[in-house]
Write a protein that binds this ligand. Sequence first.
Ligand code: IMP
Ligand code: MG
Length: 178
Amino acid sequence: MNTAVKRILISKRKLKNINKRLGRQITKDYKDKNLLIVCILKSSAVFVSDLLRNIKCDCKVDYISVSSYNGTKPTGNIEFKKDIDINPEGYDILLIDDIIDTGNTLKYVKEILLEKNPFSIRICCLLDKPYGRKADINADYIGKIIPDEYVIGYGLDYDEKYRNLPFIGILSDEQERR
Ligand code: IMP
Ligand code: MG
């Protein structure tokens, strides 16, 4: 196993099952709606690519990019990098992120999207760290609630590394001190 990983929290097999369950729920809820999936780059990219193949209703997909972390600490400052290309007016947006921690990122992105007059917005996150919450926001679809530890893999990075690990692991203490 990679030395940056203290232990595996969610295995490849469990991730597959989470994606199947979320895909089924989303398909059922959006089959008669006008679904526009908006993914928050970069860290949700791996999750979204697997989840998308479990969503069996018509949808469009777009990407928005923001960044907020420095090492393992949220900076509190969110930098806007790329807007969506599709006009979401009249669409039912499903906003997808890898993890909700303080909630500041999702609150910021949701407000940007609400200004564009979509019909509705819901949120789907692979992971939820409820103990870190600062903003008044929650996800409607959650893959798994996890403890307040810094996790890497399956798209989630530490200093832009480890996104390619095929599982979710807890970052080793040694890495975190660097
Ligand atoms: P929030 O704004 O604090 O809710 O954090 C949202 C963003 O911070 C997520 O989209 C992640 O990219 C990143 N993040 C939060 N916690 C972790 C973690 O444990 N590992 C890697 N990235 C994280
Ligand atoms: Mg992210």
